[in-house]
Design a protein around this ligand. Sequence first.
Ligand SMILES: *Cc1c(COP(=O)(O)O)cnc(C)c1O
Length: 434
Amino acid sequence: MTLRDNVGLELTGAAGFVQVFRPTISAMIRINENYTKLKASYLFSDIAKRVTAYAAANPAKPVIRLGIGDVTEPLPAVCLEAFHAGVNELADRATFKGYGPEQGYAFLREAIAQHDYAARGCAIEADEIFVSDGSKCDCGNIQEIFGADIRLAIPDPVYPVYVDTNVMAGRTGGNVNGRYEGITYLESTPANGYVPAIPSVATDLIYLCFPNNPTGAVATKAQLAAWVAYAKANQAIILFDSAYEAYIRDPQIPHSIYEIEGARDVAIEFRSFSKTAGFTGTRCAYLVVPKSLQAYDAAGNAHSVHALWNRRHSTKFNGVSYPVQKAAAAIYTAAGKQQVKAMTDFYLGNAALIRKAVSGLGLSCVGGDNAPYIWINTGTDSWAFFDKLLNEAQVVCTPGAGFGKCGEGHVRISAFNSRSNVEQALERIAKALK
Ligand SMILES: *Cc1c(COP(=O)(O)O)cnc(C)c1O
């Protein structure tokens, strides 16, 4: 007998009185059991536990953190100024703002369309841009407008949000030997230069991230064009996460998937002010959903993905705060562009030092030239290498295994720290590994 069979309703109380409906057995509030498929511990809490334990046992040995992907430099001056001015407007009845448009204020959407897209020859309109409080949220939320039985292609190693939100939504089976059943994993390995090959099977929703977290690898125009062609051939959609585009220095590397011919018909793009301008604590990002993008119902009828997302976004989101949008828009001024460039140059300077030191120790690595991450091929167990760096150099890195099966044998070192901390960390690593 199923639980449902067992649940009946019992009528109590005499006629004319309030009647109380009560289940005859105690029906229980049920959980979304897809959550039980999620791997129990989260990478960064595991790291934090080991670091806290080490620090407690070794109070005289200060630890330098090159692990978690969070920025360390303060907000650019232009952003702070605009942020303050925005707050002041809220303090005056004449300029006060209540609810804003859920999709973002026109001044920000227009600045994005002009400076991030038109300036690169991409035809993206302001009303195809949805301002949000973070790419993590956007990457996590976007899947809910697509069918429950679509086929997924997700890179390995990868930013964990893409996989976990699809597990929560029930699009996968259980986790078997570190991989969820029902996902086509796009392997990034030393053999393919950490840019995954097009799968030999058809898929419907494809996650790509370039410059990549965690590997720091970038994709060329030709590589992205192959993905666009694959998506077109399969009537699939690419979700392109370009959270780190501000770190691209090679002029041949595309900053946006829309630099590829035809991408408007097959791709959604995620961008964030987090790594671009130090907004990880301030919160502002955006999603681009071209109006030409279509997805299909079971009968094969085409629907506008833009319309679906607009419906979802305006139902479940109430916009980013006005002062934050003012602060974000400030990066598109001449001074703002200069300050963002200076900040990303600073982190890339750290990255160059890390690359040089790591290569000098005879370890092979990628990233760090167009991304703030250096992906080191240690060839050893990644948690063992993490422990060695923590215990012998007091430096925290991120074990590659935490990003997926293909991350094993690698660690990620982040360039987000002060120059003096990076220099000190590199000296200690050199000593420990020599
Ligand atoms: C940091 C990061 C983001 C940005 O997340 P926010 O929520 O905007 O701070 C998006 N994608 C990847 C891969 C990231 O590493």
